[in-house]
Design a protein around this ligand. Structure first.
Ligand code: C5P
Length: 228
């Protein structure tokens, strides 16, 4: 039987980079669930749906033609015939994604879709020959895959998360870049606080603090948890 690795963490904890790397080195599928919420947000905008109309958002997402390509070497997000992999990373989407992600109807739909992606990666006749998957997000260890073989919560101090995001978005972690990142990161944490708070790890979830680790060290720390 294949393996399911669930990784949760706030933005800037390193979960995407580490999750993708882990999947690639182990020959596993990779599912970025944050990208699914981003794609739903992109789709609602495209369809002209009022994000304050919860029922309209739920109905729009229910018919979204979303395709997650889970090969970690070429992970793409496709909606209908549009490859939205880059379009879902804009500040515009990042600023409003929490509104879609806190919609309970949307979350119920996502839970079903995410579980079916996980089941697919465990199917012997599937593209990953049943080897399994790394799925990362905010509620994978607790809600989507609480029975995963390995469950990891990646945490990092606020200063470390801000510095990482500043380097990603502005290519620098000087004071100006951090100031430009701070509002966005902290406001999104607050907006997401009904779905994820990350104050305590759930039972059986291993916490890895990446604050003082570089990427190689963080990968090694996660690899060690997976190997145990
Ligand atoms: O990780 P990323 O920044 O791409 O996530 C985008 C947003 O998707 C988060 O801010 C959160 O609102 C939502 N999300 C979620 N549950 C997940 C993953 C992401 O609510 N499992």
């Amino acid at each position: 039987r294949g393996v399911v690795v669930a990784i949760d963490g706030p933005s800037g904890s390193g979960k995407s980079t580490i999750g993708r790397h882990l999947a690639a080195t182990r020959g596993l599928a990779y599912l970025d669930t944050g990208a699914m919420y981003r794609a739903a947000t992109w789709w609602c905008r495209e369809e002209g749906v009022d994000l304050d109309d919860e029922d309209a958002v739920r109905r729009a997402v229910a018919v979204m033609p979303l395709e997650m390509r889970t090969d970690p070497a070429q992970a793409r997000v496709v909606v209908g015939d549009a490859d939205v992999t880059d379009a879902i990373r804009t500040t515009q989407i990042t600023t409003i994604v929490s509104k879609v992600a806190t919609n309970l109807g949307v979350r119920a739909w996502m839970r079903v879709r995410q579980r079916s992606e996980i089941a697919d990666a465990l199917r012997v006749e599937g593209s990953f020959e049943g080897r399994g998957i790394v799925a990362e997000g905010r509620d994978i260890t607790t809600v989507v895959a609480p029975d995963a073989d390995v469950r990891i919560l990646l945490l990092a101090r606020e200063d470390a998360r801000l510095a990482r995001r500043a380097r990603e978005v502005h290519g620098s972690d000087d004071d100006d870049a951090i100031a430009a990142t701070r509002d966005q990161v902290l406001r999104r944490d607050a907006d997401d606080s009904t779905v994820s708070t990350f104050t305590v790890a759930a039972d059986g979830v291993v916490t890895v603090d990446t604050s003082d680790l570089d990427l190689q060290q963080a990968i090694a720390a996660v690899e060690q948890v997976v190997a145990e």
